[in-house]
Design a protein around this ligand. Structure first.
Ligand SMILES: [Zn+2]
Ligand SMILES: [Zn+2]
Length: 405
């Protein structure tokens, strides 16, 4: 929270300095004690319509594989003016941030995975099962890369994800339609360069290879309404990103903790830190070199625990090689992107959000007897009758109120 205050302050100071003439409060001037503010410098989810040619980009996870309450692992949500929404990675812990946006789960059915480290897809389980219980009416669709061998690819991962969660699926299938519990996989060649992996409704998503830990990882390029947003997955700087991210309106690329901070905070050995921080990830000076080469309208660095000390070290490294527009992302940052401007704000959303229904009715649950009962007679016979009696008046009233038998 401290860090967000710092960011907000920096944003405000910059805003005030650029405002011509007198002081301008962030929310505008409230002229009347019963009036409303003409503007706010934060984003309240669900309160702003997107223009047709606009993209909203939200950082729903910017951290690391180790859990931290302040920063979930990698997840980027893009919302397009045509209504399309794409999740790029759903790293561990990120779905709590996604859920706080209160977007109906039916609109969150398209997921693009950069690679299969848990910090990039660990919360697929939460989206899959949580969305199934909370209003998604159709299968999830997942796009992801192949690997060097079939068992290293996305199709294998999803097939075995569903096997691992077989008990979860079979017990839900008894009371819910099985349709939203399905996952449709579209696996594409990780070596394909700038190849189209998705093209619908005026939106195109392309894939380029990445260099990270093993073959398979990719980065994505989203094009919509003449805008280009590059969503970089884990990678050492690579020639494909340099070539195809050039001209991006927004270029997201990892910038990892400095080797010194990996030793100091993450408890890594010096040998491990220099390998992790400069060979399979991107160091801050290398990130800066990428951005000063491709010159995006706006650069976003992420994939580190962003606190005062790490932030300063990373900023120093990046600024040694890049002086352009930059955000070092934290969770709940949002950018509105149009041809005219790119506006960065922080999101204000509830910690206690509920799911919101979309326009589609959930498919009917299975007919009684069509799905095997997952609870045996032996287990049912163990129900403690005093509890049934205790709740009987509440049950009877509810059934009467809702015309249930
Ligand atoms: Zn990774
Ligand atoms: Zn990662």
């Amino acid at each position: 929270m401290d860090l967000r205050t710092v960011f907000t302050s920096v944003f405000l100071v910059a805003g005030m300095m650029t405002a011509a003439g007198g002081a301008v409060a962030a929310g505008g001037v409230v002229k009347d004690p019963t009036g409303i503010a003409p503007d706010r410098y934060v984003y309240y989810p669900g309160t702003e319509a997107l223009a047709k040619d606009e993209i909203r980009l939200i950082a729903c996870g910017t951290g690391l594989p180790a859990a931290r309450r302040d920063q979930a692992a990698t997840c980027w949500l893009t919302e397009l003016g045509n209504g399309d929404k794409f999740l790029f990675d759903v790293g561990t812990g990120s779905m709590a941030n996604v859920a706080a946006l209160m977007i109906p789960y039916d609109f969150l059915d398209k997921v693009f995975l950069t690679h299969l480290h848990t910090d990039h897809w660990g919360d697929l389980s939460t989206l899959w099962a949580g969305g199934w219980t909370a209003g998604r009416t159709r299968p999830l669709r997942v796009w992801g890369p192949t690997g060097q061998t079939p068992d290293m690819g996305t199709a294998y991962a999803i097939e075995h994800f569903l096997k691992a969660f077989n008990w979860d699926a079979k017990t839900r299938n008894f009371v819910l339609s099985a349709q939203p519990g399905k996952i449709l996989v579209k696996e594409f060649d990780y070596k394909a360069v700038n190849a189209v992996v998705y093209q619908e409704n005026g939106a195109t998503i392309r894939s380029i290879p990445a260099i990270h830990a093993g073959d398979g990882p990719v980065s994505f390029i989203l094009e919509y309404a003449g805008l280009k947003v590059v969503i970089g997955g884990d990678t050492f700087p690579n020639k494909w990103y340099i070539k195809h991210a050039t001209g991006a309106d927004v270029a997201i690329h990892e910038t990892f903790l400095t080797p010194t901070d990996l030793v100091r905070f993450y408890g890594q050995s010096a040998a491990q830190a220099i390998g992790v921080g400069t060979q399979i990830h991107t160091s801050p000076p290398a990130f800066g070199k990428v951005m000063s080469t491709i010159k995006p309208r706006h650069a976003i660095g992420y994939h580190f625990f962003n606190e005062q000390s790490t932030h300063d070290h990373i900023m120093q490294g990046v600024r040694s090689t890049y002086s352009g527009p930059l955000s070092l992302a934290v969770d709940d940052m949002v950018w509105n992107i149009t041809k005219e401007k790119i506006v960065e704000r922080m999101i204000v959303s509830p910690d206690q959000a509920w799911s919101v229904n979309g326009p589609n009715r959930p498919p009917a649950p299975p007919a009684r007897g069509s799905v095997p009962d997952p609870i045996s007679a032996f287990i049912k016979a163990g129900r403690w009758q005093p509890a049934e009696k205790a709740q009987a008046p509440m049950v009877d009233k509810f059934k009467k109120d809702h015309n249930l038998k």
